[in-house]
Design a protein around this ligand. Structure first.
Ligand SMILES: Cc1cc2nc3c(=O)[nH]c(=O)nc-3n(C[C@H](O)[C@H](O)[C@H](O)COP(=O)(O)OP(=O)(O)OC[C@H]3O[C@@H](n4cnc5c(N)ncnc54)[C@H](O)[C@@H]3O)c2cc1C
Length: 102
């Protein structure tokens, strides 16, 4: 049986980021980490296309460029039964091409 010191189950954002952070911290670990993914990527995935500031910090730390068209979102409003929730306080997120109507 194959043995690895680190096995990550799932290659979604959490699993992939964990593997990338481990590699960034110790490149020698790259051959030791096994990511097991039951699906096939890229996958069909419902997504709003928004990247919150923490996600952008993580991408910067990993040296992953944001290589798709994007805009910074400063205002947002969501209608819920009976009221509207608004956000107008600074940088909410970056909207990527899947959500932008050019
Ligand atoms: C409608 C919708 C819109 C969203 N929009 C946004 C957005 O705009 N911006 C944003 O940042 N987030 C958005 N999200 C949230 C985002 O999708 C999740 O936060 C993110 O996918 C979570 O990543 P994860 O790696 O934890 O889980 P997942 O993305 O679910 O990845 C888990 C992976 O593990 C695999 N897996 C599961 N079980 C096993 C197993 N037993 N063995 C091997 N592999 C396995 C799966 O196939 C999958 O690939 C949205 C979510 C939804 C539902």
């Amino acid at each position: 049986m194959e043995r690895r010191p680190v096995v990550i189950i799932g290659g979604g954002p959490a699993g992939a980021a964990t593997a990338l952070f481990l590699h960034a911290r110790d490149p020698g670990l790259a051959r030791e980490v096994l990511v097991l993914e039951k699906g096939r990527h890229p996958r069909p995935k419902v997504c709003a296309g928004g990247l919150i500031p923490h996600t952008l910090d993580c991408l910067r730390e990993l040296g992953v460029p944001l290589a798709v068209p994007n805009v910074v979102v400063h205002h947002a409003a969501v209608d819920v039964p009976g009221r509207r929730v608004t956000y107008t306080d600074g940088e909410l997120c970056v909207a990527t091409s899947s959500t932008i109507r050019w």
